[in-house]
Design a protein around this ligand. Structure first.
Ligand SMILES: [Zn+2]
Length: 124
């Protein structure tokens, strides 16, 4: 990851992952693929691949990591909700869309990618 040299103006710069304001201009990072800044805490917390995945999912579907209560997250509730929509799954692409939707909601609740995968594995 490279450190950006950004001049601050009146608009506070927010982390693309956790949405905290980036107050220290010497602690701004940017992904190598997406031009979205993130904070020092997220730089420390997530590995390179996780950051790219987090940034791309959050940029595409909105929200931020930890937007909702961690304690109120339930993968089973999310699956129940999706099943009630009677979604037709025709191929791998349809499954991936569901997986990304589930992962996105997990991220909004501050569930890491590893925690999400573990929760899926525990259901199998
Ligand atoms: Zn952050």
């Amino acid at each position: 990851m490279k450190v950006l040299d950004i001049k601050f103006d009146s608009i506070p710069l927010k982390c693309g992952i956790c949405h905290s304001e980036i107050l220290n201009s010497s602690k701004i990072y940017n992904s190598e693929i997406l031009f979205i800044p993130f904070c020092y805490e997220c730089e420390k917390t997530f590995d390179k691949d996780d950051k790219e995945l987090l940034l791309s999912i959050l940029a595409k579907y909105g929200g931020y990591f930890g937007m909702f209560s961690y304690e109120k997250y339930s993968l089973i509730d999310d699956l129940d909700y999706i099943l009630k929509e009677n979604i037709i799954i025709n191929d791998q692409e349809d499954l991936e869309k569901i997986n990304i939707r589930l992962l996105h909601n997990a991220l909004l609740h501050g569930i890491s990618i590893q925690e999400y995968i573990l929760k899926l594995e525990l259901m199998i």
